[in-house]
Design a protein around this ligand. Structure first.
Ligand code: SF4
Length: 356
């Protein structure tokens, strides 16, 4: 389906209980000759705050706990380091069962959305170890793709953080290149028996894999789609993002439009502002022309310093002018504040420091 990725190099780990949707777990439980309500008991324990491990699931018979432990010995990601930024962002480093590492970032907003809602706690989740897409400004792409994460490994990152209100698939890897596991993880997160995170609180960020965007549009999910754009024309985008040579803007923009029509959701376009590269008046005008008539908003993100890349963000005055030029033609636009810079937890900084 998706041709621009190399095959994962590493073996996918054996399944864990976190790889099961509620329905799959029910089927498995019934196959073992157990009553179906055991599935609900197990699922609730797995997604409790904090999660309950199999030996501590005291509402289950001892023999059934043994069957679970024997069938699913996989422990899942183990937290090995937590770094806290002065702005409240927290980065978790976890070791996977095959020795690979992944990073998960919690971005607390600190403000309540409404009186009845808790403060927003957004978790930025990884979907692959490494990435095959080699975007020029991104640390995660520098070492290539190691392997896809399983659905269970994706879900367990959210459990690591706890009290999550929003999930963004914007960490290491291209989510739509690990499509089946991503969708399964979303179904597990959605489940009323588990974490109950609504689809509208979940955002998938993509580099622009057109066939997968088209497929996602047909899934009848209400998840938010965020497209990494970063340039308003094919020539520049092709230099920053090699994937553009395969899926140029003439295919990407109509696919985004179709997604917005099918789901009635506003598309977010991410645009990293790089000093002297894509931040001029000309680019702003091209960008607003490109997005004219689309139900969308633009997130302008200052380019973060990343080892191995020469770029930096433009001066604040130029970023504000860029924002103003977009707003002039009615394109909703936000100039984002960088979060977690002091712990390399900001956009484009998740690096495979340990996955050499
Ligand atoms: S920006 Fe996303 S798609 Fe591009 S290299 Fe980084 S992780 Fe991969």
């Amino acid at each position: 389906m998706e041709g621009n990725r190399s095959k994962p190099l590493l073996r996918v780990p054996s399944p864990s209980l976190y790889d099961f949707t509620f329905q799959e777990l029910t089927d498995w439980v019934v196959d073992q000759g157990q009553p179906p309500y055991r599935a609900r008991q197990v699922f609730r324990s797995l997604y409790r705050n904090p999660p309950v491990r199999i030996p501590e699931m005291s509402d289950l018979p001892k023999e059934f706990r043994k069957l679970l432990s024997d069938s699913f010995p996989q422990e899942g990601p183990a937290s090995v380091q937590t770094q806290r930024s002065s702005d409240g962002t927290v980065k978790h480093l976890s070791r996977l069962s095959d020795g690979q590492f992944l990073e998960t970032v919690l971005i607390p907003s600190g403000t309540r959305q409404t009186c009845s809602e808790p403060s927003r706690r957004t978790v930025c989740v990884s979907t692959q170890v490494g990435c095959a897409y080699s975007c020029a400004f991104c640390a995660s792409g520098q070492l290539g793709l190691k392997r896809d994460l399983t659905a269970g490994e994706i879900v367990q990152q959210i459990l690591l953080v706890q009290r999550v209100t929003n999930v963004v698939f914007m960490g290491m890897g291209e989510p739509l290149a690990n499509y089946e596991n991503l969708l399964k993880a979303i179904r597990i997160l959605n489940a009323p028996e588990g974490l109950k995170i609504g689809a509208r609180r979940i955002t998938i960020s993509t580099v622009g894999l057109v066939p997968m965007i088209e497929r996602l549009a047909k899934e009848n999910l209400q998840v938010e789609l965020s497209v990494s754009l970063h340039a308003p024309n094919d020539e520049l985008r092709g230099k920053l993002m090699p994937v553009n040579r395969k899926y140029p803007l003439s295919e990407l923009i109509p696919a985004a439009k179709a997604y917005s029509r099918a789901t009635k959701r506003m598309i977010t376009f991410e645009y990293i502002l790089i000093d002297g590269v894509n931040d001029g008046e000309g680019e702003a005008r091209q960008l607003r022309k490109l997005l004219q008539g689309l139900l969308c908003k633009v997130n302008l993100i200052p380019c973060h310093p990343t080892p191995g890349t020469p770029w930096k963000h433009p001066p604040l005055s130029r970023m504000i002018s860029f924002e103003k030029l977009l707003r002039l033609k009615g394109i909703p636009c936000t100039l984002r504040r960088s979060r977690g810079l002091d712990i390399e937890g900001a956009c484009g900084q998740l690096r495979l420091r340990y996955n050499q």
